[in-house]
Structures are given as structure tokens and as C-alpha cells.
Design a protein around this ligand. Structure first.
Ligand code: ATP
Ligand code: MG
Ligand code: MG
Ligand code: MG
Length: 339
């Protein structure tokens, strides 16, 4: 019997369009002799689109409107064997949709409520990983109300970290809302931008030297495996949205030119982080490697990483001998696995 899969895409976050790109690739790759796949695009307003509108959104790649309320459609998700929530960012990668599917009793690809929620929030992630002894940059939290009522205390926190520093919405991805702040004069603008997107904002110190950026894929549930390590290289000041999604702005190097020891250290730290955060299914764990000092710092954990055929996560497993379609098939198997 073919497995019936509901593929969720789009969603309410700033990464809606990125999700549509990922979903198109997965839709083409799930073997039709094993799976019966129904895509449903979730609009930016959080409505689940009927088939024709879903098809239109997937083909055009543009944000759609209309559709039904979440709870109404979730009930009809009951006929599926598994859901692939290929959603990035808040209201999709953060435990909300995972909670809905858990309540509905439908297995799904990826981390559950806890792993998704903690990994989505960069501050919560840092706190959990610090307690697991994983090296990270120095950081500070600020919440919107504080920024509105005691801006000087937020500015002091930034000054204590030193410039340049990074300001980020705590719960987002694709570098949306992230600024590299070189001087104190530019701090307010960066904070205003980040707070327009999230109630929680993280301030992060930078390493003394420009770090190399290496990433590793994790696959599995309670016995996860790590992929080879990949590296991203680009000319831009940091890996911003434009650099991520404009053809030719960044290059991927798999395996990353690192010593065997460093590569092994990356994989071991990533596996430790995956377990500490109670992740499941998949995650892409991003690191900074400071060549001058040999320092390896964990940057973040993405529980639903970019998933087009040319994205880092599938490329990392391809290098390990797992094709894109074998990978998505494995992810569905992991969703159905007894834990
Ligand atoms: P993703 O699309 O991978 O989910 P994201 O939006 O969650 O990304 P980050 O990975 O936290 O954002 O940061 C985006 C980029 O900004 C990094 O890849 C890196 O280039 C730069 N960056 C972020 N934080 C720091 C830091 N503390 N020091 C140096 N560079 C940083
Ligand atoms: Mg991220
Ligand atoms: Mg992300
Ligand atoms: Mg990242």
C-alpha cells in the first residue's frame, strides 16, 4: 500500500517563499510508487489553501491569500499516514504546527514540539547548549518592552559585547532581520528592525577574526548520524539573505577543507547538540571555525533546513552516498518509526 503524505509548504514566516522552493523539490523527489503526495500551501495569513490555489502558489512561487483556517483543515489531515511540514521559521518550524499534528495523532517528519521550539529560539538554544558544554559566542537577550521602556539598558548590553556585533530576531531564519552592527551609532536601527519581526532579540559578539562557516547535517531519531562537513564561501560581509538566495553569490565546498580532527569535532558537537535539544529526523547544525585560534563555535541548529536539490543539507547527504530522493524517503520512514 502506498503511504499517503501531506506536504505542507509556505507558511506565515518571512521564509514563506524559501519554503515553496524547498517543497517543489521534495514534491518531485518522493518516489510515486511508494507515496501518494498531497501538497497544501499555507498562506502568509495562516490559511490552508485548497488544491487549485496550492498548485498555483507552488508554480508561481508567490505568496497566496485565501484558504481555510488551520484547525478546520488539520482535521482533514487525519487521512494521511504522515505529514512533511516543510515550513521554515515561526508558525511552522517552531513547534506550533508540530503541536497541532501531535494533537491530531498524525506522524510527521522532523523534530517534535520541544526540539522545534527550543531550536527555533536562538536564545533558548544557546542556554541549552551552554549547559551541554558546547562552545558558542558571547550573547545577550533583549525583549521588545525593554527596548521601548529602557533602551539604555539594552544599549549597555550591546556595549558590553563590543563592536562589531550581530543583532538578530531570536526566532527567524534565512538571515531575515539580521544586521551586522559595526558602530554604536548603527545599533538603534538594527534593534528597531529586529524588534519589528520578533518580541525577542539576540545580540551576539563576533569572533576576533572573520570565521569560516561550516555546516553539518544530522539524520535520525534517537540514533542519529552526521554527514560529512560542508563549508560556505562568499564575498559578502556576512551570509545575508541576498548571498543565500542569489545564484552565484556563495559556493559550497563538500567536504570542507578541514583537518580530519576538526571535521570529526564538528560532527561530534553537532550530534551532542541534536541530542541536547531533543531533535528528531533531521537538522542542519551551523558552526563558526576560527582558523587562527582553532576555535570551533556552534552558531545555530536548523530543524527544517533549506531543502531544494541544491541546498546544503541534501548536498551533504548526497556526498555521503544518499541521493535526494533516498533522503526524503528516509525522512518519511523516520517519521513513522517507533520511538
Ligand atoms: P539560516 O538561514 O541558516 O537559518 P539564520 O537566519 O538563522 O540562518 P544565522 O545563521 O544565525 O541566521 O546568521 C546568519 C549569518 O550571519 C551567518 O551565517 C553568518 O554569516 C553571520 N553571523 C551570524 N552571527 C554571527 C556571529 N556571532 N559572528 C559572525 N558572524 C555571524
Ligand atoms: Mg537559522
Ligand atoms: Mg533556518
Ligand atoms: Mg544559519
Amino acid at each position: 500500500m502506498k503511504k499517503r503524505i501531506l506536504l505542507l509548504a509556505g507558511g506565515q514566516s518571512g521564509e514563506h517563499e524559501v519554503s515553496l522552493m524547498s517543497a517543489r523539490s521534495v514534491l518531485n523527489a518522493l518516489p510515486r510508487d511508494q507515496f501518494d503526495v498531497t501538497p497544501v500551501v499555507i498562506s502568509k495569513q495562516g490559511r490552508w489553501l485548497p488544491p487549485t490555489e496550492t498548485q498555483r502558489a507552488l508554480e508561481s512561487g508567490e505568496a497566496a491569500t485565501g484558504g481555510d483556517l488551520v484547525l478546520h483543515r488539520a482535521a482533514s489531515a487525519e487521512g494521511y499516514d504522515a505529514v512533511f511540514p516543510l515550513l521554515h521559521g515561526p508558525m511552522g518550524e517552531d513547534g506550533t504546527v508540530q503541536g497541532l499534528l501531535t494533537l491530531a495523532g498524525i506522524p510527521f517528519v522532523g523534530s517534535g514540539v520541544l526540539g522545534s521550539a527550543v531550536s527555533m529560539d536562538k536564545v533558548m538554544t544557546k542556554q541549552v547548549l551552554a549547559s551541554a558544554g558546547i562552545p558558542q559566542v558571547a550573547w545577550a537577550l533583549a525583549v521588545r518592552r525593554e527596548w521601548q521602556q529602557q533602551p539604555d539598558s539594552v544599549r549597555e548590553r550591546a556595549a558590553a559585547l563590543g563592536y562589531p556585533l550581530f543583532v538578530k530576531p531570536a526566532n527567524l531564519g534565512s538571515s531575515v532581520g539580521i544586521s551586522k552592527v559595526a558602530r554604536a551609532e548603527d545599533l538603534d536601527g538594527a534593534l528597531n528592525l529586529a524588534f519589528s519581526l520578533d518580541r525577542r532579540v539576540i545580540l551576539e559578539a563576533m569572533t576576533a577574526h572573520k570565521p569560516r562557516e561550516v555546516e553539518v547535517g544530522i539524520l535520525g531519531n534517537d540514533a542519529p548520524i552526521a554527514s560529512p562537513v560542508g563549508e560556505l564561501r562568499f564575498e559578502a560581509d556576512f551570509y545575508d539573505y541576498e548571498t543565500k538566495y542569489t545564484e552565484g553569490r556563495a559556493t559550497m565546498h563538500i567536504p570542507a577543507p578541514l583537518s580530519a580532527e576538526v571535521a570529526e569535532q564538528v560532527r561530534a558537537l553537532a550530534l551532542r547538540a541534536f541530542r541536547a535539544l531533543d531533535c528528531a529526523g533531521l537538522a542542519r547544525v551551523d558552526f563558526f571555525y576560527v582558523e587562527e585560534t582553532g576555535e570551533l563555535l556552534l552558531n545555530e541548529v536548523n530543524t527544517m533546513p533549506g531543502f531544494t536539490t541544491t541546498s546544503m543539507y541534501p548536498k551533504l547527504f548526497e556526498a555521503a552516498g544518499l541521493s535526494y530522493s533516498a533522503l526524503v524517503t528516509r525522512l518519511v520512514e523516520l517519521a513513522l518509526e517507533e520511538r
